[in-house]
Design a binder for this molecule. Structure first.
Ligand code: PRX
Length: 636
């Protein structure tokens, strides 16, 4: 056995011993007395009896040694702002925000919804919540009022933290009107809104509800706010993600398990060391931003770069596809984390941009969120000359499930495979219909995780244990196993290959979206009778959403002007309600959609014909002609 195989084997055969060792990587106010309670499967509770605090581990803990060292490096190529906060300064800012939240009545267990662009105040707010034991719920700033409203309703936040506006590619995106509309749409109303005014867009403040952060901080900010010690299983945050139904799921995470999982991953997977700089190009609205922009690097004592902007624009706001490499050189970045889509964007530019900067500090580039295609991996690997490490994981897991643990042993990578199961994860492949385990090489099945799930993994779905068990743990017959809802195979050497989702989730430019949510938005249009949304392969974005719409009777859309108008209206509707990310790339009008005889929409068959693949058994379809017609509408 190699060193890593041993490491993994111990984590499975002796999880309590293994994780008791890893728990030493963080500060505990009181150490745990019981490492794991798995007596009520599939629930796994870690580090019982222990008390700790995420903000303490991310900030306060480092003050003794690195108060003067950089902690948060903010770079906005949208506004031309570049600013570094040391651990000492971060400590002050976080307490200021915590004091303001407390002044608005926020305490332990209260929810705070954060709807923010990529600005330091967003990280301050997350850490401030962690500090006082409030549960944060960050909603991606690219989502529009409809998505935001459903999340406000589910999270029931006492306070919403937001800003006047974000900016994308030089275009100002006002957030405040979207937030106001979301609060109007939501049946639940937050008591207060805390706003950062960046001076990008005018804001109308609602008297008695809306507060500017600088005003509150001026009155309440200059106080010491100690960390509230939380028991390990107390909730740190919820983050919404898409699934099979239109209703988003609030993935709920604990405190102690998450802190340990992140600290361990920084050491064993990312091999990032205190005093160095970590650069993740993700967004705080996604799980990668939670784990590897904010908490992970800071817990490890690293500086973290918070980047607002496109990968192709410089700090002077002129086109510059070398900006990320310029930052790697300037801040001596050692570990970088991005998504294949971003690399595919950069690939269109001159590869000489990669050679222009001194990238000698960089040890590895991690890519995650969607399949990493071989040409993209080779291009960036040749350009950077450092290991490119594919990471497979999910919002639910909080940290990598399958990758290469370089900090333990630099096992060779294989193109097309993220690698091998990480320590703590018992990953298997099961037959979709029978639930039987597939052990042979290259047998395709559903990738599942056998419990108990490791620290850092989701605890449950917010307010809905039954949905958690039913959705994730009971989807395969006869077994209580966690389904990733991804297809996969394993080769003879135990490397996994991920082959796409088994459910209705699509992945657009590394962003996870539910086709059901998009369908619900489109169905709300007065002229739409029926709709199916599928993800179709796209060379740049991995996948794009494509909508097939049956218009209401009488709405003949054979006229191309009428069709064009309706397509435009549908696209706008989705962008307004859910956000531009969810807008279908194309809307096509059809007279019927393929269904099974029992009326189930055959999205997988539609997707197959769109991608020029065999749609499978046509005899199960009530009317195979509908599918042929769809095939004819798709011009590659
Ligand atoms: O389908 C898999 C795909 O993205 C899904 C999880 O997305 P999300 O919850 O947004 O979490 C992203 C965290 C990195 C997975 O179920 N996925 C993620 N990483 C990979 C991937 N597919 C192939 N290769 C990957 N490395």
């Amino acid at each position: 056995m190699t060193r890593y195989d041993d490491f993994h084997a111990r984590s499975i055969s002796d999880p309590e011993g293994f994780w008791a060792d890893e728990a030493q990587l963080i500060d505990w106010h009181t150490p745990p007395t019981q490492i794991l309670d798995a007596s009520n499967p599939p629930f796994a509770n870690w580090f019982l009896g222990g008390t700790t605090n995420l903000c303490h581990n991310a900030v306060d803990r480092h003050l003794a040694v690195r108060a003067e060292q950089p902690a948060l490096i903010f770079v906005s190529t949208e506004t031309g702002v570049e600013k570094t906060f040391t651990f000492g300064q971060l400590h002050i800012e976080v307490q200021r925000t915590a004091a303001s939240l407390m002044a608005l009545g926020v305490g332990k267990g209260d929810r705070v919804l954060i709807y923010m662009p990529m600005i330091p105040e967003a990280a301050f707010a997350m850490l401030a919540c962690a500090r006082i034991g409030a549960i944060h719920c960050v909603v991606f700033g690219g989502f529009a009022s409809g998505s935001l409203a459903s999340r406000i309703e589910d999270a029931e936040p006492k306070v919403v933290v937001s800003a006047d506006a974000g900016s994308r590619g030089g275009k100002i995106v006002p957030y405040k009107p979207l937030l106001d509309e979301a609060i109007r749409l939501s049946n639940y109303k937050p008591a207060a809104v805390l706003l950062t005014d960046r001076g990008l867009a005018p804001m109308e403040l609602v008297a008695g509800r809306d507060h500017l952060d600088r005003d509150l901080a001026a009155v309440h900010g200059d106080v010491v706010v100690p960390c509230t010690w939380l028991v390990s299983t107390d909730i740190s945050y919820t983050i919404y993600t898409s699934g099979t139904t239109g209703k988003p799921k609030g993935v709920q995470r604990d405190t102690g398990g998450y802190a340990v999982a992140l600290a361990a991953s920084m050491k064993h997977i990312f091999d990032g060391r205190a005093g160095e700089t970590y650069f993740s190009t993700s967004d705080i609205g996604w799980v990668v931003g939670h784990s590897y922009i904010v908490y992970g690097p800071l817990i490890a004592g690293m500086a973290t770069i918070l980047y607002e902007g496109l990968p192709t624009q410089g700090i002077d706001r002129q086109p510059d596809a070398g900006i990320w490499w310029r930052l790697v050189e300037k801040y001596r970045v050692t570990v970088m984390f991005s998504a294949p889509t971003a690399v595919r964007v950069l690939k269109k530019y001159d590869p000489a941009l990669l050679k222009k900067y001194d990238l000698s500090s960089l040890r590895a580039l991690f890519l995650a969120g969607e399949p990493l295609d071989e040409p993209t991996a080779r291009w960036i690997s040749d350009g950077l000359g450092v290991p490119i490490i594919d990471n497979y994981w999910q919002t639910e897991s909080g940290w990598p499930i399958i990758t290469i643990a370089n900090g333990v042993e630099a096992k060779p990578s294989k193109f097309g495979s993220p690698g091998v199961p990480m320590y703590g994860y018992k990953v298997k492949i099961l037959h979709e219909a029978t639930g039987e385990e597939l052990t042979g090489p290259n047998e395709k099945g559903v990738v599942v995780i056998e419990g108990p799930t490791p620290p850092g993994f989701m605890q449950t779905i917010w307010k809905d244990d039954a949905r958690f068990v039913q959705t994730y743990w009971k989807s395969l017959p006869g077994k209580l196993v966690y389904s990733t809802f991804d297809w996969g195979v394993r080769d003879a050497e135990g490397y996994f290959y991920i082959l796409g989702r088994t459910d209705d989730v699509i992945n657009v430019a590394g962003h996870r979206l539910g086709t059901r949510e998009i369908e619900e938005s489109i169905s709300g249009h007065a002229n739409v009778a029926e709709v199916a949304v599928v993800g179709v392969a796209d060379a740049l974005k991995g996948q794009v959403a494509m909508a097939f719409v049956v218009p209401k009777a009488g709405d003949a859309v054979t006229d191309s002007d009428v069709a064009l108008k309706l397509e435009g209206e549908i696209m706008k509707r989705v962008a307004d309600e859910l956000g531009a990310l969810a807008r279908p790339a194309r809307v096509r009008f059809v007279t019927g959609l393929p269904k099974t005889r029992s009326g189930k929409l055959l999205r997988r068959a539609i997707q197959a014909v769109c991608e020029g693949r065999d749609p499978g058994d046509l005899t199960t379809i009530d009317d195979p002609v509908t599918l042929q017609k769809i095939g004819q509408l798709v011009v590659p």
